[in-house]
Ligand binder design. Structure first.
Ligand SMILES: Cc1cc2nc3c(=O)[nH]c(=O)nc-3n(C[C@H](O)[C@H](O)[C@H](O)COP(=O)(O)O)c2cc1C
Length: 132
């Protein structure tokens, strides 16, 4: 079953750093073989990531990511079935939150997402990520 999962976390590595480049390389090298697509927002303070793919692959990847010491405070925002991928053309779309005009962070920091709202916030957030 096709699944979409999203979380936010606190970054332990700076944006625009060699560590971030290394992380991006890993995503791009590994995701295609697992049929994983998605988006990763990062701004040096926080990550926000959407992961799409077959349920087992998504959950196995999330377990690896959750234990990664390049970030902490991982908060699951949603995890459930989808009919269509939102980021189907991206092995992982990197969204640089430090770039001028990027106003995504307030959206995923929104309390409504954390208390399980969801459908509306999620749609807005995915649209913003797709358009970024
Ligand atoms: C914020 C963040 C996002 C990540 N996203 C991915 C990803 O999309 N795909 C991936 O393979 N690894 C991702 N990783 C790296 C994994 O945590 C892990 O290091 C990598 O999959 C290699 O796993 P392994 O050392 O167990 O083989 C991410 C790590 C962090 C901190």
């Amino acid at each position: 079953m096709l699944t979409s999962l999203a979380y936010s976390s606190v970054s332990n590595i700076p944006a625009r750093s060699p560590e971030m480049l290394e992380l991006a390389r890993t995503c791009l090298a590994r995701n295609p073989a697992l049929g994983i697509t998605g988006a990763l927002y990062f701004d040096g303070d926080q990550f926000f990531q959407v992961i799409e793919g077959e349920e087992d692959n998504v959950h196995a990847l999330f377990e690896r990511i959750r234990g990664d010491n390049r970030h902490s405070g991982v908060q699951l925002l949603w995890d459930g079935p989808i009919e269509h991928r939102r980021f189907g053309t991206w092995a992982m779309k990197f969204v640089d939150g430090t770039s001028r005009g990027c106003r995504l962070r307030p959206r995923f920091s929104d309390e409504k997402l954390r208390v399980g709202d969801t459908a509306r916030c999620r749609r807005r957030l995915e649209e913003a990520l797709a358009a970024a």
